[in-house]
Design a protein around this ligand. Sequence first.
Ligand code: AMP
Ligand code: MN
Ligand code: MN
Length: 336
Amino acid sequence: MAAKTLQKDIMQYYKESQAIKDAIADAERILIITHVDPDGDALGSLTAVGLAMQQLGKSVTLAVDGGLLRRFSFLPLADQIAQSADNTTYDLIISVDCGDEQRMGHTFADLPLPRPTLINIDHHVTNTNFGSINLVDAEAASTTEILTLLFNDLDIRMTSDIAQSLLTGLVTDTLGFRTLNVTPRTFEIASQMMQAGADLPTITMLALNLKPLSTLKMWNVGLSNMRMKNGLIWTTISKAERDALGYNGTGSGGLVSMMSDVETAAISVVLNELDDGRISVSFRSRPPYNVADLAMNLGGGGHPLAAGCTLDGPLDKAETLVVDLSLQAIETANHD
Ligand code: AMP
Ligand code: MN
Ligand code: MN
């Protein structure tokens, strides 16, 4: 099979591109949404689509439940990201990096009915195809990887600002090109973004490396609570522990990835007790262990090797449930 290249083919890269092009052509006011607790791919995708739609002369609102994270304030359009939609009537919604409707949080749930056409652009294998048009490519290392190919299909001019947003999603979701889903296509796109003016050293430093001191203190607590059994390595961080450290973030991405690198670990889990008493759960694994199914069975979603869900408290009950199911998943995979 001939590999498609990033060069402009007569054929569009995605079969969904024409329907997306038509829906955009019919719209004037567009609401762009990404997921709660946004990461670099969420915010890179959000701002890249915002810039692309502005280039097409559209009026855009960028909204994310909970707003922007400070460390991503270097992104173009960052100062224009709202916490919710305004009172405008939208002709079109574009959702990026969300596996299901709930991931958009209040920003989406509070919109008046009937809702306009929704374009769902995402790379989660667990995506529920909740849009009117669904562009879901689970082989893409980031949603911004999909957007690069889509923008080519839509004849969007690649500016340095768009490239900066797109490369941010690629660098953060691949942990600096270290995840197992990185392909030649990923590097081809990264190279194209750098040639268009994206600043890789700045992205790597601001979006990937730098973190508050309180994050390391949180890891310290997490590592001292860490346990290991039959290939499962896990830890918990209670709200009381976070409060004592002055750590107000909800993420545990760095810690759960670090734990998954233990040689004898099949699955790693971090359970984080949130301010409202619910428990945010992050999963990582190495092949052949699959945490997307595990997280989806618990009402969440994600990728085969990186997934998550949110459970009801209390913490010890959630821990027991997650540990039991994770050990079962390891056991099942060991016998397949
Ligand atoms: P995290 O552990 O927060 O870095 O998330 C890892 C992956 O799981 C990401 O692709 C997330 O989009 C997905 N994920 C995390 N939490 C949830 C959730 N509550 N529901 C659905 N997907 C989630
Ligand atoms: Mn994301
Ligand atoms: Mn992503």
